[in-house]
Design a protein around this ligand. Structure first.
Ligand code: NAD
Ligand code: TYD
Length: 342
């Protein structure tokens, strides 16, 4: 089997590359990545010399380049992680989100049609369902929940999902979609909540919590997400959507307090700042379908996963120090510099 993994130099994609190389020693894994600010070649260093692995620096919007790669590799499976993935950046500049997340998906699927594949898998997000109210803990996102997006990011992901289903129905392209809740774990770019708070706390810098910090996210350890995608691409039914989440809802403020506790840092570092525009209140996944059909269950409890994650950031300082010393400084200033205290 030859599998093209797009966005494999990013957070979840790189964890998936490692998962696949470890799980299927007879597979060939090709990572296609543009290496945007979020892509990091040093992450893939441990597998660069693996004969079953190939890295190709390429933009998924580059039709000629993508077709050339498909011609060379004739993949059986394509798993598309490549995306602009950060909500705050999408609020600042939506355009690149539409280009990469929607048009890039189209280019990949056109190549899949042209060269034939067994399965195109779209890595989507629970954010396409919009948000749930805090006072209705009985409600969860199922695969039947209507698409109802809030941010340019989630809208671009929803647009891509609709296109994937259209290619399935119109052209008969074999596809699956997974919609996962918030991931955490190693190699998470420090613009996202958990790694940002770890990195700031280690430097005794303010911990910028948006609004009151009462928003709820449903956190899943990244390896559990990778196992879910592995199951879906091999055993998931053509044309189906699978929600992925582990019933682990937590308020942002509680996560930040937990990080302070684990690192032995004072909660006085917590600074409430101006809220995110259009901020989704609560995400919560009902994973019944993937459990019943494919037997998937999360394996890592949050208490263990967060400890492992914090340990990883302590042990891999060079990885994130290289990131935060560069262009990240400008990003940080732009997003947080003008944010008034709440
Ligand atoms: P990330 O931002 O860490 O990584 C994205 C990767 O895609 C980077 O390596 C980047 O270089 C690459 N990329 C961006 N534009 C590209 C382009 N035009 N061509 C080729 N490569 C390009 O993102 P992530 O958190 O690993 O998310 C991966 C996927 O999973 C995304 O599609 C995201 O929507 C989805 N997702 C993420 C989460 C989460 O909690 N992080 C949850 C559910 C779904
Ligand atoms: P994030 O990691 O950006 O993921 P998403 O918005 O895709 O769920 O944010 C998770 C939650 O944390 C979200 O409610 C916004 C909040 N947040 C903060 O309070 N402060 C921050 O600095 C960041 C990055 C996020």
């Amino acid at each position: 089997m030859t599998v093209i993994v797009t966005g494999g130099a990013g957070f979840i994609g790189s964890n998936f590359v490692f998962h696949m190389l470890n799980t299927y020693p007879d597979y060939r894994i090709i990572c296609l990545d543009k290496l945007t600010y979020a892509g990091n070649l040093s992450t893939l260093e441990p597998v660069m010399n693996n004969p079953d692995f190939r890295f190709v620096k390429l933009d998924i919007c580059d039709r000629e380049g993508v077709n050339r790669l498909f011609e060379e590799e004739r993949p059986d499976i394509v798993v598309n992680f490549a995306a602009e993935s950060h909500v705050d950046r999408s609020i600042e500049n939506p355009e690149i989100f539409l280009q990469t997340n929607i048009l890039g998906t189209q280019v990949l699927m056109d190549a899949c049609r042209k060269y034939g594949i067994k399965r195109y898998h779209q890595v989507s997000t629970d954010e396409v369902y919009g948000d749930l109210p805090l006072d209705r803990p009985d409600l969860f996102f199922t695969e039947e929940t209507p698409i109802h997006t809030s941010s340019p990011y989630s809208s671009s992901k929803a647009g891509a999902d609709l296109l994937v289903m259209a290619y399935n129905r119109t052209y008969g392209l074999p596809v699956t979609i997974s919609r996962c809740s918030n991931n955490y774990g190693p190699y998470h770019f420090p613009e996202k909540l958990i790694p940002l708070m770890i990195v700031n706390a280690l430097a005794d810098k303010p911990l910028p919590v948006y609004g009151e910090g009462l928003n709820v996210r449903d956190w899943l350890y990244v390896e559990d997400h990778c196992r879910a995608i592995d199951l879906i691409i091999h055993r998931g039914r053509n044309g189906e959507v699978y929600n992925v989440g582990g019933h682990n809802e937590m308020r942002n403020i509680d996560i930040v307090k937990l990080i302070c506790k684990e690192l032995g840092k004072p909660e006085s570092l917590i600074t409430h700042v101006e809220d995110r525009k259009g901020h989704d209140m609560r995400y919560a996944i009902d994973p019944t379908k993937i459990h019943n059909e494919l037997g998937w269950l999360p394996e890592t409890k949050f208490e263990d996963g967060i400890k492992k994650t914090i340990r990883w950031y302590l042990d891999n300082r060079e990885w994130w120090e290289a990131i935060i010393s560069g262009e990240y400084q400008n990003y940080y200033e732009k997003i947080y510099g003008s944010r008034a205290r709440h």
